[in-house]
Ligand binder design. Structure first.
Ligand code: ZN
Ligand code: ZN
Length: 250
């Protein structure tokens, strides 16, 4: 992966960053994690992020006691090559993601991407294109924006990746995965994605979502990207919900 920022990317980044600074001036920010005034992402919250490291499943990145493959990956490998998540889905990251979902907050998106970029660089994945998991048409109309894009856009600029949100579309609305078992999750997102207008042909893709639990959504989306000619699909989420966060183990 070429992480050098080109002059063009630097310019794009300055415009993006500048729009955030202007927004801060117009609407003084509150911390996306704890709400304390005057900052988008306070030093306290930055320190409290539980970055995932240590023994994880080699394929899906699930924290576990030993390295090697987790039970689920042994039984049924996912379509993506690897999945890694930056942090555990607990506060302050949980609060920040909730805020991103309900407020179009460019500032907190950029702050999260700043803190995540070093984590992604050390993975040394040979990717060239960043694609966020898309919302369905109805949900996009209701919300007006894709919350994953709020982090994915600044990340793509910082990492020098081609941002291609239209390479993937949601073929149908899916119900929330919260409270579903691993098997129900797979069924819920089966064939939920299709290749978009832009083809993923020959690309090495970084596929990104906000939260993952079993990786079922990312695996289903990766299948659609492989079907449209992607070379490799690596998956990344901002946070990882661990089994006690609402996955029914069946
Ligand atoms: Zn804070
Ligand atoms: Zn696994």
């Amino acid at each position: 992966m070429d992480f050098r920022l080109t002059i063009y990317n630097k310019w794009k980044y300055q415009v993006f960053h500048g729009s955030g600074v202007a927004l801060d001036w117009l609407f003084p920010p509150a911390c996306g994690g704890c709400g304390s005034p005057g900052t988008r992402w306070c030093p306290d919250c930055q320190k409290k992020v539980q970055v995932i490291f240590g023994p994880i499943c080699e394929a899906c990145g699930l924290p576990q006691v030993n390295s090697g493959l987790c039970e689920r990956c042994q039984q049924k490998p996912s379509a993506f090559k690897l999945l890694r998540s930056w942090a555990v889905f607990e506060n302050p990251v949980q609060a920040a993601l909730h805020r991103l979902k309900y407020r179009r907050d460019i500032g907190i998106g950029e702050a999260l991407s700043n803190q995540m970029s070093a984590f992604i660089r050390q993975l040394e994945w040979p990717v060239d294109t960043l694609i966020p998991i898309p919302l369905g048409k109805k949900r996009l109309r209701e919300r007006g924006y894709n919350q994953v894009a709020m982090v994915a856009i600044p990340l793509s600029i910082q990492l020098g990746l081609d941002y291609q949100p239209s390479a993937l579309v949601r073929a149908r609305e899916t119900r929330s995965q919260v409270g579903l078992s691993a098997g129900e999750r797979q069924e819920n997102v089966k064939n939920a994605f299709l290749a978009g207008r832009k083809k993923a042909n020959g690309r090495n893709i970084l596929l990104m979502d906000d939260v993952s639990t079993t990786g079922a959504t990312l695996s289903s989306a990766a299948e659609a990207l492989y079907a449209s000619g992607a070379r490799e699909v690596y998956a990344l989420t901002i946070a990882r919900a661990l089994p006690h966060h609402g996955l029914k183990i069946v």
